[in-house]
Every structure is written in C-alpha cells, then in structure tokens.
Ligand binder design. Structure first.
Ligand code: PHE
Ligand code: ZN
Length: 860
C-alpha cells in the first residue's frame, strides 16, 4: 500500500502566521517550460519566530528572494517550502518552472487541447507557485501574461485589462488587475485562440458590464443560449437578492478538458464546454436546462463564494450549499418548478442517501478530510442546499432575505464559517438556531416514522411523528434534528396542508375538524432531506396522486406505489408475470392519462418508474436480480396494457420547429416517456413508428428519446440508428459523448468487448474527463445489469480501468470508484467480488491520495 497520507481536521484550524496582501504574477507561457514569477507582499500576523510554510507541488524552484536578497529555505519537500528568520513585513519573490502540457491531472495550469487554462480550486494554485494556498489568505492580484501572439491571441485573467503590448520575438503580453482581494483558488488565467461572443448588460444602478463568451473556433452559434442565460441570472439576482455585478467585464471561457462542471474564478469563469455550448440539433432540453443552471450557479458565486468566501475548506458548503440553493430557486423561476423539485429529490435519494449509507458518510461541514477534492460531494452540495432551503422555510422568504442582507453587510470581503452564516440568519430574525446547527455537524439520513389515528366521532386526526438517524461510518451517536415536515391531508372533499415542526424524538400533532379519514401525504415540496416510513394503502396513494395539491407529493405517491409493487414482485422470484400485483398501477396510469395534470413535465415524471438506484436505496441488502426482473416486468406490463395510448401520444406530438421553451420542453418530456413505453410494447408497428420519429426529428432531444427507448427495450432498431447517428456526428466531440453513453448504458450481461471497442474510437482519450465519464459513468452508475453481474466481471472491468486512470487523473478516478464503495449493501457473493477489487486498488504502491482515502475508508 502507498505511503499513508495525512488527514486534516476542522478542530485543528489555526489562522495563518503570515498573510499575503498583494501579488504580482508574471507568466511566460510555454508548453513544457512555463516560467512563473510571483512577487508577494507578506505580513506577519503570528508571533515573532513564526515560520512561513508555503505550499507547493510539482514545481521546479528557480529562484527565491526576500526583500531582494537570495534566500535559502530552511526546508524543501515535495509539498512545501519552509522559510525562517523573516522580518515582520517583506517582499517575497519566487520563480518557478512548470510543465502545463504534461499536466493530466488538470489542476493548476494545464493545456486543454491548444488552450492554456487554470483550475485552482481547491488546492491547485500550489501547482503554479509556492504560496499560502488557503482561502483565508486574501490578496489583490496583478497578472502579466506573455505568450506567442499568433497561437494565443486571447490572454485573459481576473479583473480588468490595464495594459498590453507586443514583443519583438512574436510574443505579446497583457496585464490584468483585479481590484478585489481574493483567495488564490479564485485566480484564473486563459490563453488561446477563440471565437468570442459579446454582449452588454446594464446593472440596476447603471454599471455597464461587457459580457464575453469564449468558445472554440467555429462554435459561435452554440454560445447564444449561455449568454442569454447569463443575462437572466444577472437580472434575477438583482430582483430576488438585490445583488449586482461588480466589475466592468464578465468573461466565460469554454474548454474541452475539465474535471468538473465549471469554476467561478473572479470575473473569468472557466467552463466545461458541455455546460456552455448548445443548439437544437446537437443539444437536448436537459443540456439547455443544465447550461442555464450552471451559468447561473457560477454567476451567483460572485456574491456567495467570492465576495464572501470560506475560511477553510471544511466550510465548503457555506458557498456551495447556498449557491446550489440559489441556482435551484432560479431554475424553478425559469421553467417547471415541480420538475426542478423532483429532479432534486431524486439526486438526494439516489446519491446523497447512498453517500450517507457508505464509507464516505460526512456531515455537510466535514470534520476530517484527507483529499479535499473528495468532498465536492453530493452531501456538501445538494444536502447543503436542502439545509438552506429548510432555513428559508423556517424563517419565511422575507426573514431569509433579511438574513442574507445581514450576512453580506457583516461579511463582505471576508473569509467566514458556516456558523457565521447561521448567526446572521438568527440575528436578523431574532431567533435561536442552536439546534438547527446540528444539520451542519451531524451526518446521516434521518428517518421519520409516521403513524396516524383517526377518530371519526370527534373528527380528529392524530399524527405521531418520530425521528431516528441510524449511525453512519463516521459518527455513531445521533441527535434529534429540527425537521420541517410538510403534510397534506387529502380526502374526497379536498385537501389541507401544514408544515409541522418536528424537533424531538417523538411528537404528536392533532388536527381538528377532519371530516373523514384522509390520505396522508408526507413531505410536501420535499420539505426535508429525510426518509419517510409510513404504512399507506394503494388507494390512498392513488388519491394523493390524483387529487393532491402539492406537485411533489403527487409525484411521490406514484413513486411509492411503483416501489411497493416492484419490491413485492422482486421478493417473489416464482412470479414471472406482474398480473397479480399491478392492478393498482393500471388504475393509476389509466386515471393519469384520462385526466392528466396541467404540467406535461409533471405527468411525464409521474409515469416514470423509480430508477434502480432509488429502489435499491429502499432495501437494506440490495436484491439486484429481483429488482431488475420486477422492474422490467412492470414496465412491459404497463407498456402493453396502454400501448394504444402511448402510440397516440407519440403520433400526436406537436410538430413545431424546435425552441427551448418551458412548454415545448415539458411536452417533449412526455413524448420521451411515451416512446419509452412504446418501445417496450411489443406492438408490431412500434419500430416503424419510432424510426419515423427519429427521421422527422429536428432536434437532439427527440432523437435521443428514440435512441434511449430503443436501447432500454433492446430493439434491433437501436443498432442501425446508432450507426446512422455516428456517421452524422463522428466529428462532434460533445455529441459523441451522448453516443458513447448510450453504448455504455445498454443493458446487457457482457460489456468487456463493447467497452474495449468504445475506447478504440478515434474520439476517445483517457486524458479527457468528458470521454472517460461518458463511457465509465453510465456503465458503473446507470447500467446495473452489466455492472452488477453476479460473477463480478463488471467490478473487475471498472477496476482494471481505474488502475490506469488513477495515474492520469486521480480526481476523475476517485469519482468513478463510488459504486464499488457501497459493497456492504450487496449480497455476500457480490460483496466479495467488490471487496476483492477494492483490495486490488489498495495494493497499488502509487495509489493517489484521492483513491487512497476512499478505498481505505471502505475497507475499514
Ligand atoms: N466551485 C465549482 C462550482 O461548484 C466546482 C469546482 C470545484 C470546479 C473544484 C473545479 C474544481 O461551481
Ligand atoms: Zn459552486
């Protein structure tokens, strides 16, 4: 096993002994020998003898001076430079050399195809120069970039462009200055040759902002949606939070090689091209949606993250939970609010609950971290956003806004903690949030058990709610949390709803004037990230689905009904038909199709069976084969029983030209559902009909809908359409990712040959995270049949690949290992196979810190 890596603990936080107030950086860009000169103004904050420990990795040190005099470091290691005997205030000059073209980890300065770009969050700046690489050191940056003028006409950094000039040797240079002090993780630099789309935005107070979107040559026409989204986000933040943009220019650069979605560097966002580029032919409605939401997310960070930043990385949710919450609010205002909420509930149930149940369980504010990159997690981000949402529910919209205002008033320009945020909320509203803070320190998924007693004589309903959070690997003891628990009581006369405050282990709530025994719908609006345990009759679920007022519980009632039936069928392997179990389901679908909800997207979601991942979260030990079999039986049954209706929905699709409007997108979602069932209907004309839909499609959403239906139903049409699709798109990197994913998620037993041939495709490269994720993500996370083969071959395939990938890009490898970490939740046979593969990883002498942390936690 590789050298043990060190963990960091929140409890060990100390303010830095020195800080840096100003930095002057000069970059002389070359593929393999980029020279970085960093001149920092350093000020001591701690005691006189304090040593200065600068972070630095993968650097060649060329020169080091203090106030102009050469300085010999006290100590130099692979990760640090230690200086002693320093004055109270001094100028530190560090000259380093780096190799961007060989930087495949994509942290620090690297080359993405022909473009130089940076990624510094969380700890990438230390790969550029020796520095105090921590967010509580905030400095003003002045940056000079020198590079070949012909190859790199655009030279960008944070803030405002102040000077530029040409050199005699074919190079040119620019100087950028950022007037706002910032932590180094928000530093960015880009050098390349782009098409640039420009626009203008005038803020509420009259500031003129130049908007610039940089995309690969030839992709200009795919940038308009992102630019329009940016303007919407700018306006929305002014309207809803009174927050304006603060610089004269806002730049967004799309790059092909990127580890994550996008990055909020001050004034210079760098984006994975996938979250920028869209047109009807090449992007789906989901792509349009995601672009709008990621553009907004990064923009919103300018206040929640940049103006007010994190004191240390344990506080990551301070900016991420809050900013995800804000981007969700924005998305809900732009399109179908029901759909946005359902998508989010799904993320929590499929992924966040799984994280809680596994070896990487952590609170939204983690306490112990080995590799920070491992904590850009669904817990920190998405559960973090749910925690903010609960706060908003508790304080009301007005109260929440007051809290936000006070937060900015107090902390603008500072690096602060989650406690500071909650305190601002508490003080602005004069409330005590001490118990609420447990949401930040306690990990795990609370379970709320609901029991009801109806007293017909007194027309009274008593609900008893009890909460319990099972222990997690990181934390044995759990305490009761304050849980806003929305309920809706639905009877034949109508419905009433209320948000109950559950804060003790058990509480009773009494409802008067309840005329008849109602169906009790829980967790309206998905009011808390908890699991609900409730015994509920099919008839009540159907009533909620059809008559409920809250869109979320209507959808959720369908999910519960489907789940209950799938689980029943899964447990009884003697049944190979869904006949006996699906009457309630038939009734539900029939009623939904007869009197559908107004929002077509909601109907589409209500008609969708819970995913394998959602179902498996509902079991202690996952019954892989049973679930796959039962789910398939029910799909086929519903496909056949309502075949004519699916067919009709497909036939009657509106045939307007494509536009990304809420109305059209919602309708296309329903079309997707109908095509999925049609593909499973076994109607003789189904294939011809689907082929027709493919042929007359003018947009990627519809095209992909056909392909997905055919793939899931295993129709032979799939193969011919896929080769047609490849012919058409083989030169288009982003579109080919969809093609890769469709192949990799195709349900089948043996994927070895398939994966092999995908990796031989000219478009594939192990250095490009989008390619790696397009193939291995769907295989390991959305293809249970292939991945969870009982003989363990799926696990072995993934591990073979991870062993290669880890040395290329540990961050991406570490994300892909996730499905193996859950091994304790599977049957003994699969458990053993998964464990064996984890052990293979553990035996690697050179395992990255990223994988090391996850694998050792899992094997503990
Ligand atoms: N801070 C980025 C975001 O959420 C995510 C990110 C983290 C990007 C680390 C790159 C590296 O918007
Ligand atoms: Zn973010």
């Amino acid at each position: 096993m590789s050298q043990p890596h060190q963990s960091m603990r929140l409890a060990d936080y100390r303010p830095p002994a020195y800080t840096i107030t100003d930095v002057d950086l000069t970059f002389e860009l070359e593929d393999h020998q980029t020279r970085v000169t960093a001149v920092s103004q350093v000020v001591r904050q701690g005691e006189t003898q304090a040593v200065l420990e600068l972070d630095g990795e993968h650097l060649t040190l060329l020169a080091l001076t203090v106030d102009g005099e050469d300085k010999t470091p006290e100590q130099q290691t692979d990760t640090a430079l230690v200086l002693t005997d320093l004055p109270e205030q001094f100028e530190l000059k560090v000259v380093t050399e780096i190799d961007p073209a060989n930087n495949t980890a994509l942290e620090g300065l690297y080359k993405s195809d022909g473009t130089f770009c940076t990624q510094c969050e969380a700890q990438g700046f230390r790969r550029i120069t020796y520095f105090l690489d921590r967010p509580d050191v905030m400095a003003k940056y002045s940056v000079k970039v020198i590079a070949d003028k012909h190859k790199y006409p655009s030279l960008l950094s944070n803030g405002n462009l102040v000077e530029r000039g040409d050199l005699d040797d074919g190079r040119h240079w620019v100087r950028w200055q950022d007037p706002f002090a910032k932590p180094c993780y928000l530093f960015a630099l880009v050098a390349g040759d782009f098409d640039c789309l420009t626009d203008r935005y005038t803020t509420g107070s009259g500031r003129e902002v130049a908007l610039e979107l940089y995309v690969d040559k030839g992709n200009r026409h795919r940038g308009y949606h992102a630019l329009a989204s940016l303007k919407k986000a700018m306006q929305w933040d002014e309207q809803v939070y009174g927050l304006e943009y603060d610089l004269g220019v806002y730049m967004v650069v799309a790059v092909d090689f990127f580890n994550m979605g996008a990055m909020e560097n001050k004034g210079l966002n760098i984006f994975n091209a996938k979250f920028v580029l869209a047109d009807a032919e090449s992007a789906t409605d989901d792509d349009y949606f995601n672009i709008e939401s990621v553009i907004a997310h990064e923009y919103f960070h300018n206040w929640t993250g940049n103006r007010v930043t994190c004191r240390d990385w344990f506080q990551l949710s301070l900016k991420e939970g809050l900013t995800v919450f804000r981007d969700q609010q924005f998305s809900a205002d732009m399109a179908s609010p029901a759909l946005v909420r359902i998508k989010q509930a799904r993320v929590i149930r499929e992924h966040q609950f799984a994280e809680d149940a596994g070896p990487m369980a952590h609170p939204i504010r983690p306490e112990e971290v080995m590799e920070m990159n491992n904590f850009y997690s669904v817990t920190v981000y998405d559960k973090g956003a749910e925690v903010i949402r609960m706060l908003q529910r508790l304080l009301g919209q007005g109260g929440f806004r007051k809290g936000m205002d006070l937060y900015f008033e107090r902390h603008d320009g500072q690096a602060v903690t989650c406690d500071d945020f909650v305190q601002a909320m508490a003080d602005a509203n004069g409330v005590d949030l001490e118990q609420f803070k447990r949401w930040y320190s306690q990990s795990g998924t609370p379970q709320v058990t609901v029991q009801s007693e109806y007293d017909a004589k007194h027309q009274q309903l008593i609900l008893t709610l009890s909460q319990h959070t099972p222990p997690t690997q990181d934390q044995a003891d759990k305490q009761p949390l304050p849980i806003p628990f929305g309920v809706e009581l639905v009877d034949e006369h109508g419905s009433r709803s209320e948000v109950l405050s559950l804060s003790e282990s058990e509480q009773r709530f009494c409802f008067d004037h309840v005329a008849s025994n109602p169906a009790i719908a829980c967790l309206t609006g998905f009011s808390a990230p908890v699991k609900v345990k409730q015994t509920i009759a099919d008839s009540d679920l159907i009533r909620i689905a059809l008559k409920g007022q809250d869109d979320f519980v209507r959808w959720d009632a369908c999910q519960t009904l489907f789940s209950q039936h799938i689980h029943q069928l899964a447990e009884d392997s003697s049944r190979n038909s869904s006949e006996q179990v699906s009457e309630a389901l038939s009734e539900l679908i029939a009623e939904l199709l007869k009197s559908p909800p107004e929002d077509a997207a909601l109907l589409a979601e209500m008609l969708m069976l819970p995913s394998f991942d959602t179902l498996s979260q509902q079991q202690d030990i996952v019954n892989v084969d049973g679930l796959l079999r039962a789910r398939k039986l029910i799909v086929t049954r519903l496909a056949q029983e309502f075949a004519t209706q699916w067919q009709q929905l497909v036939d009657e699709r509106p045939k307007q030209d494509y536009a990304y409007t809420a109305e059209q997108a919602n309708w296309r979602r329903l079309l997707d559902r109908a095509m999925f069932y049609l593909a499973h209907s076994e109607l003789p004309e189904a294939e011809t009909q689907l082929q027709q839909v493919y042929q007359d499609s003018d947009n990627m959403t519809q095209t992909l809908g056909v392909l997905t239906g055919c793939q899931q139903a295993n129709l032979s049409l799939f193969d011919s359409l896929m080769s047609d699709f490849e012919q058409l798109w083989r030169k288009d990197s982003l579109v080919m990712d969809k093609w890769f994913s469709l192949h990799a998620s195709r349900p089948q037993d043996d994927m070895a040959g398939q994966l092999e041939s995908l990796m031989e495709h000219p478009m594939y490269s192990i250095n490009n995270p989008n390619k790696v994720r397009a193939i291995w993500g769907p295989f390991a996370m959305r293809n249970p049949q292939a991945f969870h083969q009982a003989d363990g071959r799926g696990y072995r395939l993934l591990t073979d690949y991870l062993l290669n990938l880890d040395s290329v890009n540990p961050q991406v490898a570490s994300r892909l290992v996730t499905p193996l970490l859950a091994f304790k939740r599977f049957d003994l046979g699969r458990q053993q196979h998964m464990r064996q593969q984890l052990e293979r990883l553990a035996e690697q002498a050179t395992l990255s810190r990223d994988l090391y942390e996850k694998v050792t936690r899992a094997l503990k």
